[in-house]
Design a protein around this ligand. Sequence first.
Ligand code: NAP
Ligand code: GLV
Length: 313
Amino acid sequence: MKIIFYSPTSDAELWLHDLVHAMPDAEVREWQPGDHAAADYAIVWRPPHEMLAGRDTLRAVFNLGAGVDAILAIEAREPGTLPRNVPLVRLEDSGMAPQMAEYAMHAVLRYLRRFDEYALLQNERNWEMLEPHPRETFTVGVLGLGLLGTHVAERVATLGVPVRGYSRNARSIEGVTTFAGQAQFDAFLDGVKVLINLLPYTPDTHDVLNASVFAKLAHGAYVVNLARGRHLVEEDLLAALDSGQIAGAMLDVFREEPLDREHPFWRHPRIAITPHSAALTLRAESIEQIGRKIHALENGETIGGIVDLTRGY
Ligand code: NAP
Ligand code: GLV
């Protein structure tokens, strides 16, 4: 079996090394421009058009991420980047869900326990005890109840705060009040104190974190964007922070990454920034998952994580 691999990231050599070791029965090679030799599977992150174009006999393309927006954007710009009738398979959790839950719980506790405000008071050497937020009305809303959002909602619920979740299709999660579809969106948002975004980026979810959504949350809500930068209308967040409708934000993803050094988010006293590190793609777990799926496909079995190209996730 022949596998081609491509990633533009600085750790590509480590991925190649680990793939070769994890799949001793396969011939794994790093794809180079001009390589049109046969292949059965492709394992990729942001592949160039030339790598996959016309490779309609591949048995699957594995995307080295949970989100497929980057590869779908390449396909939209350069149609044919994705070979025809070849399943595009995304990573399913592969160790990301616990990392997301840690981040989300940190963000919720940060606001619930007013740590941002204590940090500002510390700057002024001000010994002042703040009134705690009442837990019963400290409602956390999770946008997206997929593999990551569901785990996040379940873990945040263990903090003893009310948790809501929102998805396209109706979901049932113990300890979480769920809402589905556009018709229930406003009811989901109403009074939410911490809004955590874990939606995939699609045409339907573009700019979903905007002024009209912020206005429906509780006054002084907190926004946590863990999904994609293009979900957030940046100027709407800045205006909502100015007005006090939004009290603070923790942002892991940005419209342009890396975030420009002159971007106003960097110095904003109520915005905490991390560099798209909420849930790292773990090599061992991801390679193990892909290896297992290749084995299943070779045995004619079905696999999870096949992207529905019409819905975009
Ligand atoms: P997933 O399993 O595909 O789940 C997506 C969820 O979003 C599903 O519940 C889906 O609803 C819901 N959804 C999609 N479109 C919707 C819409 N228009 N309205 C309402 N709900 C909608 O995805 P995942 O594995 O949890 O990952 C989510 C995203 O996290 C990824 O796409 C990626 O962008 C981001 N991510 C970020 C990092 C990071 O480090 N910051 C790391 C990994 C992933 P249904 O259940 O009804 O289908
Ligand atoms: C990372 O952002 C991913 O989509 O896996």
